[in-house]
Design a protein around this ligand. Structure first.
Ligand SMILES: Nc1ncnc2c1ncn2[C@@H]1O[C@H](COP(=O)(O)OP(=O)(O)OP(=O)(O)O)[C@@H](O)[C@H]1O
Ligand SMILES: [Mg+2]
Length: 585
């Protein structure tokens, strides 16, 4: 290229802390002789060496043509590359400040060197692999499995970019990995919140929980969840509703758990039908005009000595009261019509067929232990068997209770991890059953929005994001709209898989996660192919674009409706009555 070194085709012409400029005379000769290395592209790896035998690996960021004005027919090429790290004795380490100036040689990186970047530093025991380098499918890009699962991770991408497929692949790998020879299940524990019912096909052996077989006891709801469920935040009489609801539930919990210290959100049993009876009676009661404790039940006057006795009496059944015909009988303090809407809503909820999983007899009578077992895959009776993965299909859960359903299950699982650790505290702090909670379409439960309807699930998941790691409870957050998810959650994630993203706000969001020197890798986000992802974070040596391995046998079911094919079929009759019946349930 220059005088004195005619054989040199490519030469480093500038070195900056985070950039190397290379001039190439003849691109057709600047190719790898290594058959296992694909042709050079933006994103390919180069190796730059100095006289001290150090090898710097850099990734091509851009390429341009230089036209010499004096000799317009001659051209040379400038390649700009970002240094990634050094390879020494076949081991890669990050950082590029070991190269002495001037660098002497630059070549396309060899297969074994690219392989060393991703594979040289991971111990076999920690290795967890579900993808290959997008530029070279022969190179595996494993993550450090301990780091990947120990801290929260996120998978983001526009619709159809391959998020669900990626989730399925990662979880399939996790539940099939075994150390040594043993029969049966490994010790992985995964709970997947599946909003579209698409994962059953990917895990035919899973513990499948859906609205029809879910048992989620209402008596485990905490204060915020109970209020969210029953109170109307927009109602002017909210304070009245809130105070009567609190008092009635506390009194009922006291009735069923005598001697215990109770408050509104204590997770102890109570009877929701009794609470309803009581509310109904308060709504309709009449009393003696001088004495609130003298209740005018039809044909039976009931004199209570204190208010607690009135509650106990009201729990029993719904009474008919004497009408307010004379001035000696007056309406009770809550019987002024202000509770009507609230009690209607209460009744509607607790007797709704679709909410049977929450208010049915099974939920009332279920134990805390069985509820917990149901979600962590341990068998409850002999009809079921233990499972590594529990899929909670939220498809049949009505929208109005989605947030509290997710919140309650999340809290139960967090408490499981929390008390498991506490239980061992006396001896040794360990977590024998680390849990992973995966949320599909997470923007639906943990949005940036401060609206009350999201408060319960947001609080519960944010708590896991902040404290879960210490107790062996990790989050996997999946979303089409990263920019719409609570910052608290994302700031706690340590590994990101960013798939194709078309929305500029979302792209910017991911750009902020990248180290400055590699920021322009995110420019490829809108152009990623289905199944490709930018893998960033603590669990991988350097950020890179990977292709997620395809699920071999079982895949999540796609919800795509084959419109044009169905439309071509003959006109179909529809059973509207059935649809309406389903709706009313
Ligand atoms: N790694 C992959 N290898 C091969 N095919 C893939 C891969 N990832 C996804 N696909 C295919 O691409 C299609 C869309 O994938 P997927 O359903 O996972 O997208 P998604 O991001 O979850 O979409 P949505 O946001 O709508 O749920 C599927 O048909 C799937 O089989
Ligand atoms: Mg999906």
């Amino acid at each position: 290229m220059k005088d004195g070194n005619k054989s040199m085709n490519a030469e480093v012409i500038a070195v900056y802390p985070n950039k190397v400029k290379i001039s190439v005379d003849d691109l057709s000769k600047f190719v790898s002789t290594d058959e296992q290395v694909e042709k050079l592209k933006v994103g390919s790896y180069l190796e730059i060496s100095d006289d001290d035998n150090h090898k710097l690996i850099a990734i091509i960021e851009s390429y341009s043509i230089v036209i010499d004005e004096k000799k317009p027919s001659e051209r040379s090429y400038i390649i700009e590359a970002n240094p990634l790290g050094i390879i020494e004795e076949n081991e890669f380490s990050r950082g590029g400040d070991f190269l002495t100036i001037p660098p002497t040689k630059v070549l396309p990186a060899k297969y074994e060197d690219i392989n060393a970047i991703f594979n040289s530093r991971i111990k076999e025991k920690e290795r967890f692999c579900f993808s290959k380098l997008a530029q070279n499918k022969k190179i595996e890009t494993p993550v450090n499995g301990n780091r990947f699962f120990n801290k929260h991770f996120a998978i983001v991408g526009s619709t159809g970019s391959g998020k669900s497929h990626t989730v399925a692949k990662i979880l399939q790998e996790a539940i099939s990995k075994k150390e040594g020879q043993y029969e049966g299940l490994n010790n992985s524990h995964i709970v997947l919140f599946d909003i579209h019912g698409e994962y059953k096909d990917a895990f035919p052996e899973c513990n499948y929980v859906e609205a029809s077989n879910l048992t989620l006891p209402y008596w485990l709801l905490n204060e915020a969840e109970l209020e969210e469920l029953f109170l109307d935040t927009g109602d002017r009489n909210n304070y009245n509703q809130s105070s009567i609801l609190r008092r009635t539930i506390i009194e009922n919990k006291q009735k069923h758990n005598p001697g215990e210290k109770i408050h509104f959100g204590t997770p102890t049993k109570f009877d929701i039908t009794e609470v309803y009876n009581c509310l109904y009676n308060f709504q309709n009661e009449t009393t003696d005009y001088r004495d609130n404790l003298c209740i005018k039940i039809e044909n039976e006057e009931k004199q209570c000595s204190k208010i607690e006795e009135k509650y106990l009496h009201f729990f029993k059944k719904q009474y008919t009261f004497e009408p307010r015909k004379t001035s000696k009988i007056k309406g009770g303090i809550y019987a002024d019509g202000t509770l009507d809407k609230f009690i209607d809503r209460f009744e509607n909820k607790i007797f709704k067929k679709r909410l049977n999983f929450l208010f049915g007899d099974g939920s009332r009578d279920s134990s805390f232990e069985d509820t917990m077992k149901q979600f962590v895959g341990y068998k409850i009776d002999n009809s079921s068997s233990d499972q590594n993965i529990t899929i909670i299909d939220l498809g049949g859960v009505p929208f109005e209770v989605l947030s509290i359903t997710v919140s309650l299950i999340t809290r139960i699982l967090f408490e499981f991890g929390f008390y498991y650790k506490k239980y061992f505290d006396g001896k040794e702090i360990i977590c024998e059953t680390p849990l992973l909670l995966v949320y599909e379409e997470a923007h639906k439960y943990v949005p940036k929005s401060e609206l009350a309807k999201f408060r319960a699930s947001k609080n519960a998941i944010e708590r896991v994001a902040k404290e879960g790691r210490k107790y062996g409870v990790t989050l996997g957050i999946i979303s089409q709209r990263p920019s719409e998810i609570s910052e608290t959650i994302f700031s706690q994630c340590n590994t990101f898989l960013a798939m194709r993203l078309t929305n500029p706000d979302d792209q910017n969001y991911v750009r902020r996660l990248m180290p400055d020197s590699m920021g322009n890798m995110t420019d490829t986000l809108p152009a990623l192919k289905t199944g490709e992802a930018l893998l960033i974070g603590e669990s991988i040596e350097i950020p890179c674009i990977v292709k997620i391995d395809e699920c071999d046998e079982y895949k999540p079911s796609s919800n795509d409706i084959k419109y044009i094919e169905i439309w071509q079929e003959q006109w179909k009759d529809v059973d509207f009555t059935k649809i309406v019946e389903e709706w009313k349930k």
